[in-house]
Design a protein around this ligand. Structure first.
Ligand code: NAD
Ligand code: MG
Length: 390
């Protein structure tokens, strides 16, 4: 397998899952033959040396040959790893003939080319990198059909939906995505206007990378997930709903033709959906904990508040519009999150900026990939201009 984005929250959880799988299921050996990291070479060297069998190939995507990485580079070479540099090496790792499964765990549009390469090479793709589907859902779906790639969701909501559909062995009528509501679930708009970076990064139920943590606070994450669900499961936007479930134990639900609803429950721990994407259709012991059923516990569901969280409407609009809308929304959001993370704009500006850029773009319904990438660059420039940056 290749783990792209191995140094991130999903990447390190994947390494944990694989290490455990090799213990519980010794007849079937997982070998991380390629692993990538962007900047954190020290962690990459640590991960490589912790594996039973070190990767054959390490990709340092933010480095060029000759960058001064002396200590870690020596350590990796001593482990027998071949080191490759730059974004092109991600594509070649994702399409390597010896790789069966690619874990796409790079954050943002930066994961698109390698995820596409894995899909075009007909791999099993364990997809965490939802932004690729948001930007280019129809292009990815077509490529899957042509190559026979298996696109299996790692996102917990989509894994839940996938599991519910498997369990029911029926066609879904409605997909009901749950959302924790994030750290500002009970905040007013006025309070959110003054939200600090620290409060936005304090997610109540999930430990994740900074970009998706901010996306969860604005609820753009749920908007991206509505779009992700639209392309993964092939249902129209009208068949998708969002409900707020603060405990993050019901990961999502599916309603069937007879109005029966099936849900998937587990503690909030990404190792379960990661493992299921790897071992599907098999179920094996997983390192995530059981939830405590010896105490009374509540599972609550509440309607999503689109007035306080206008990001949600963006998700449904973009899922319905398709075409170029996803690429524009995703790029505007990535830029806006970057500006918020560096203290340049207010929290509530993120979604306002996304809405403006989306409304300023003239929609095209059937764009090829290169047009989507052009619009990605355009939307980033527009978003920055809107806030007086260039
Ligand atoms: P993270 O920030 O913890 O890790 C990101 C990984 O991508 C790191 O390995 C980093 O080195 C690499 N990376 C960053 N920029 C890069 C670039 N320009 N080129 C190549 N590599 C780059 O992020 P994460 O929380 O692990 O999220 C990864 C993906 O999984 C995102 O798409 C996110 O939406 C999705 N996801 C994450 C979670 C979660 O619990 N963390 C849950 C669901 C979905
Ligand atoms: Mg999710």
């Amino acid at each position: 397998m290749a783990v792209l984005g191995a140094t991130g929250s999903i990447g390190t959880a994947t390494i944990d899952v694989v290490t455990q799988l090799n213990r519980v299921d010794p007849d079937f050996r997982w070998h991380v033959s390629a692993a990538s990291g962007h900047k954190n070479t020290r962690l990459l060297a640590e991960l490589a040396s912790g594996l039973d069998q070190p990767p054959d190939r390490i990709v340092l995507s933010d480095h060029r040959q000759g960058d001064g990485l002396a200590a870690e580079e020596t350590q990796l070479r001593e482990l027998g790893c071949q080191i490759e540099f730059g974004a092109d090496a991600l594509v070649s790792a994702a399409s390597d003939k010896s790789v069966d499964v690619v874990v796409a765990a790079i954050v943002g549009r930066a994961g698109l080319e390698s995820t596409m390469a894995a899909v075009e090479s007909g791999k099993r793709v364990a997809l965490a990198n939802k932004e690729t589907l948001v930007v280019a859902g129809p292009v990815v779906s077509r490529a899957c059909e042509q190559s026979g790639a298996e696109l299996l969701p790692v996102d917990s909501e989509h894994s839940a939906i996938f599991q519910c559909i498997q369990a029911a062995a029926s066609k879904p009528k409605k997909l009901i995505l749950t959302a924790s509501g994030g750290p500002f679930r009970n905040w007013s708009r006025e309070q959110m206007e003054g939200a600090t970076l620290e409060s936005a990064l304090a997610h109540p139920t999930w430990q994740m990378g900074p970009k998706i943590t901010i996306d969860s606070a604005t609820m753009i994450n749920k908007a991206l997930e509505v779009i992700e669900a639209r392309w993964l499961f092939g249902l129209p936007a009208e068949a998708i709903e969002v409900v707020v479930h603060p405990q993050s134990i019901i990961h999502s639900m599916v309603e069937f033709e007879d109005s029966s609803v099936i849900a998937q429950l587990s503690p909030p721990d990404m190792r379960l959906p990661i493992q299921y994407a790897l071992t599907y259709p098999r179920r094996l012991p997983c390192p995530c904990p059981d939830f405590d059923r010896t105490q009374p516990w509540d599972l609550t569901l509440e309607p999503a508040d689109t007035e306080r969280f206008p990001a949600l409407e963006l998700g449904f609009e973009v899922a319905a519009a398709g075409g170029t809308a996803g690429a524009v929304l995703n790029a505007a959001n990535e830029e806006a999150v970057g500006l918020f993370l560096t203290g340049k704009i207010r929290f509530t500006d993120i979604v306002l900026g996304c809405r403006d850029v989306l409304e300023n773009h003239s929609h095209e319904s059937n764009p090829p990939l290169n047009r989507l990438l052009e619009l990605d660059r355009w939307a980033r420039r527009e978003l920055k201009k809107r806030f007086g940056f260039s």
